[in-house]
Design a protein around this ligand. Structure first.
Ligand code: PLP
Length: 342
């Protein structure tokens, strides 16, 4: 079976892990600090403006904590990872669910600006970035868990809003050994608040905190992955192009008329337009190819009849294998099976 996703782990990651194991220091330390600063450099921030954490969900929690979201109205799309809802609930904020805009996996900005929320979490789904320049009077947390390397008008995602968060889960663009996350902000005060939260132990203030630290073992693997990121991204672009060349209509919000948005190819999503994506997934599975429904109907974060665009997407989308370790032979095999459907 050709898997749907696979992390690109090799000798560099092995050596990084070995280095940390042999050093005798595996908890949060110098590797974490180096990972943060290399991440800043990649994003285009000065050193010190990123905080590495345990995972993307804790990154979201800390972003909301820094924005003092407790009791405030926090908007986010129904079509996204459940971790947004977890973070909003755990911080004690009031959730406001918003549909996606038609034909896209991203939040409907018009609906968002009309719902009167204090804060919004805006995910750049599937690597397709949302331009946030027209959103006023609302504090934005950009969820870049699926969009590391994407940009809008030359600005990296994560820098448009108040705070940006990233995930390094096993199947994201890069992984820090299975779990990991990062919080960034141009606002030093917010970053300092988040960094202070993370130092949970040995504190005289006795304030209550979770332990959201990343380990040096994770950070070392993350650093090796970050070095590979340009290659990982271009490999994904090649696979995406091959699917397009084969005649598939892949979900994309960019076009020659919209050159300000620079996506990454985190997902190759193909839509069926006939509400029966499960049949196609079953067919591909019988051929030895694992495709998935990226977000199923039951995974939508709200009563789905109220969110028709998200519902349509859940019913029509199929996510195909797109990862750097997919071989040319595997790719051609998948394309040959898809040709039967086209
Ligand atoms: C993966 C993901 C998260 C959560 O990150 P974890 O590291 O798994 O906690 C949040 N938002 C989006 C859009 C994601 O894809």
């Amino acid at each position: 079976m050709i898997p749907h996703n696979k992390p690109t782990l090799g000798i560099e990651e092995e050596q990084a892990a070995l280095r940390v194991i042999r050093s005798g220091w595996v908890a949060q330390g110098r590797e974490v600090e180096a990972f943060e600063n290399e991440f800043c450099e990649f994003i285009g921030l000065p050193a010190g403006y990123a905080v590495a954490v345990a995972n993307g969900t804790s990154a979201l929690f800390m972003a909301l904590w820094a924005l003092q979201a407790r009791g405030k109205r926090v908007a986010f799309p129904v079509y996204t990872c459940s971790s947004l809802r977890h973070a909003v609930a755990m911080i004690g904020a009031i959730e406001q669910l918003v549909d996606v805009s038609p034909g896209t996996p991203n939040i409907d900005l018009q609906a968002l600006s009309q719902c009167g929320s204090d804060i919004a979490i805006v995910p750049h789904m599937f690597g397709l970035p949302v331009c946030l320049s027209n959103l006023k009077d609302i504090e934005i947390v950009e969820d870049c868990a699926q969009a590391l390397g994407a940009s809008v008008n030359g600005t990296a995602v994560g820098l448009q809003g108040k705070i940006g968060i990233f995930s390094f889960y096993a199947t994201k663009v890069i992984t820090s050994g299975g779990q990991g996350g990062m919080v960034i902000s141009k606002d030093k005060a917010l970053i300092d608040t988040i960094r202070d939260y993370r130092e949970f132990d040995y504190r005289q203030d006795q304030n209550k905190r979770f332990n959201f630290q990343m380990t040096d073992l994770q950070a070392a693997i993350g650093r090796a992955q970050l070095r590979k990121l340009p290659i990982l991204l271009s490999k994904r672009v090649e696979i995406f192009k091959r699917y397009i060349q084969a005649g598939l209509k892949l979900l994309d919000t960019t076009s020659e008329f919209n050159i300000s948005i620079s996506p990454i190819r985190y997902r190759a999503i193909f839509t069926t337009n006939n509400f029966c994506n499960t049949n196609i997934i079953d067919f591909l599975e019988s051929m030895g190819v694992k495709a998935i429904i990226p977000i199923e109907q039951w995974e939508l974060l709200g009563e789905y009849n109220l969110f028709p665009n998200a519902l349509k997407l859940a019913q029509e989308s199929i996510s195909l294998p797109i990862y750097p370790l997919l071989t040319d032979e595997e790719l051609e095999y998948i394309v040959s099976k898809l040709n039967i459907l086209l």
